[in-house]
Structure formats: structure tokens, C-alpha cells
Design a protein around this ligand. Structure first.
Ligand code: B1M
Length: 210
């Protein structure tokens, strides 16, 4: 699709208004919001991520790309978060301490809300207390953690270990996700499940809450 190719370029160049316009055009053409999200926005961000890794793009450019992506996500959010779905349960989610990546977490939040879960979003850079205090106060069913850095993903174990120390580990379903994680890591730190993407997070949450 020509417009999707154009969106890849515009996301790469951090052009938020262009991305917003293109999202609206795809919607008018009858695209499903989820397809726009995964095929156009996440697809474009993958290209940005590769060039970031390879030293072709730098933090300021990637920030602009992230900002453009968020503009597109904001349009899709109300469409993905349909109201009236029966409430499935409540999830507290946040990016772990030391980590400020939030696009993936925001996507998971959106999809969970769309599936009928209530979501309390803690934002980024969360110390263990944020997860535990909020999970208790909100009487959450699920604690979700996101990490995008190999240096911050071990912090997920700190949160789970603290839950064990406090004798509350089994009161919650603990789901973890983020690009550097895998199934094995999820098992090793004692999470209930590792979720490869937002769709898997929704499926897993539905399965484990039931
Ligand atoms: Co950063 N960054 N970054 N970055 N960044 C990565 C992660 C990196 C892989 C890039 C690279 O080198 N290829 C690399 C990490 C290397 C490593 O640890 N091995 C990296 C680095 C090094 C850094 C800095 C250290 C760079 C620097 O300063 N020198 C720095 C760290 C800042 C910090 O956190 N302390 C940094 C900064 C940034 C920006 C601020 C510029 C920006 C973030 C903006 C923002 O989020 N608001 C940024 C971005 C955008 C990226 C990349 C390019 C894209 C991440 C993203 O949004 N992907 C990323 C490259 C990459 O991942 N390929 C990179 C799209 C998103 C939809 O996918 O987040 O994977 P993702 O989420 C998915 C799944 O993982 C899963 O579902 C989501 C949807 O399907 N999921 C969950 C995620 N969380 C979940 C939680 C769940 C369940 C599923 O809970 C239940």
C-alpha cells in the first residue's frame, strides 16, 4: 500500500500531523484500527528501531518518531477502547524503574481496555512501591510490567521478589513484556506469563483471570 509506505517515511521523519492525517485516511478507507496500529504504526517503528540500533538514527530523531506514533495512537485509542464491554478484571501496568519507553505499554493498555479490562496506568520509571501500593489500593487482579532495556528488565524480579516477601505474590496474576524479554526470562523471574505482544497480553489475561 502506497500510503502505508508514505507513513513509514513520515514516521521515520517524525512528522506527527502527516501521521495523524494518514491514520484518518486509512480509517476512511475502512481499515480496522488494529491493522492500522500493527501494520502502519508498529511496522514503521520497527524500521526506526533498526536504524537506531545501527547508529543511523539518534535519540532526538527517535523521540520525534515516537511522538508522531503517539499522535496516531491517540486517534485509534477511542476506537479500540469500545465501551460497554463486560468488565473482565483490573490491571495495574507500568514501565519499570530506570526505563522510560512507554509506547509498547500504552499499546497493551489500549488493547486491554478494548477487551474490557479496567487499566490503571502507572506510566514510566516505576519503583516497586508503585506497583504494589497501587495493586493493593485498586484491588487489581493483574500486575503488568514493561521493560525495553536489558539493563532494566532484571528489575521485574525485584518487584516479584518483594511481592513474595510481603506474602502477596499469589494475590495477583503477574504479566511481563517488552522487546528484550522472552518466555524463559518470564519463567526465571517467577512471572505468570511473558507476553510477546499486546494481543498475546489480552489473550493471556483473559485465560488466567477466568
Ligand atoms: Co530506546 N532502545 N533507548 N528509545 N528504543 C531500544 C529499546 C533499543 C532496542 C534500540 C536499539 O538499540 N536497537 C535499545 C535497547 C538495547 C538493549 O537494552 N539491549 C534502546 C536504547 C539503548 C535506548 C537508550 C539507552 C538510548 C540512549 O540514550 N543512548 C535510551 C534509554 C532511555 C531509558 O529508558 N532510560 C533510549 C531512549 C529511547 C527514546 C526516548 C528515544 C524512545 C522512547 C520513546 C517512548 O517510548 N516514549 C526510544 C525508542 C522509541 C526505542 C525503539 C526504537 C522503539 C521502542 C518501541 O516503542 N517499539 C527501540 C527499538 C526496538 O524496540 N526495536 C529502542 C514499538 C512498541 C510497540 O514495541 O515496546 O516492544 P514494544 O512493545 C510491544 C511488545 O514488546 C509487548 O507488546 C508491545 C505491543 O505489541 N510489550 C508488552 C511491551 N511491554 C509490555 C508489557 C506487557 C505485555 C506486553 O505487560 C503485560
Amino acid at each position: 500500500d502506497e500510503l502505508v509506505q508514505q507513513m513509514f517515511d513520515d514516521l521515520y521523519d517524525g512528522l506527527k500531523p502527516e501521521i495523524e492525517e494518514a491514520v484518518n485516511i486509512l480509517l476512511e478507507r475502512g481499515w480496522e484500527p488494529y491493522d492500522i496500529l500493527t501494520k502502519a504504526l508498529v511496522g514503521g517503528m520497527t524500521i526506526v528501531g533498526n536504524d537506531f540500533r545501527d547508529g543511523i538514527l539518534f535519540v532526538p530523531e527517535v523521540l520525534l518518531a515516537a511522538n508522531a506514533m503517539k499522535g496516531g495512537m491517540a486517534i485509534l485509542k477511542p476506537l479500540l477502547v469500545e465501551t460497554g464491554a463486560p468488565k473482565m478484571g483490573k490491571m495495574v501496568i507500568g514501565t519499570v524503574k530506570g526505563d522510560i519507553h512507554d509506547i509498547g505499554k500504552n499499546l497493551v493498555s489500549m488493547m486491554m481496555e478494548g477487551a474490557g479490562f479496567e487499566v490503571v496506568d502507572l506510566g514510566i520509571n516505576n519503583p516497586v512501591e508503585n506497583y504494589i501500593d497501587t495493586a493493593k489500593a485498586e484491588e487489581a487482579d493483574i500486575v503488568g510490567m514493561s521493560a525495553l532495556l536489558t539493563t532494566t528488565m532484571p528489575y521485574m524480579k525485584v518487584v516479584i521478589d518483594t511481592m513474595i516477601e510481603q506474602g502477596i505474590r499469589d494475590d495477583y496474576i503477574v504479566l511481563v513484556g517488552g522487546a528484550p524479554l522472552n518466555e524463559e526470562f518470564g519463567k526465571a523471574i517467577g512471572a505468570d506469563a511473558y507476553c510477546r505482544d499486546a494481543a498475546v497480553a489480552v489473550e493471556t489475561a483473559k485465560l488466567l483471570v477466568a
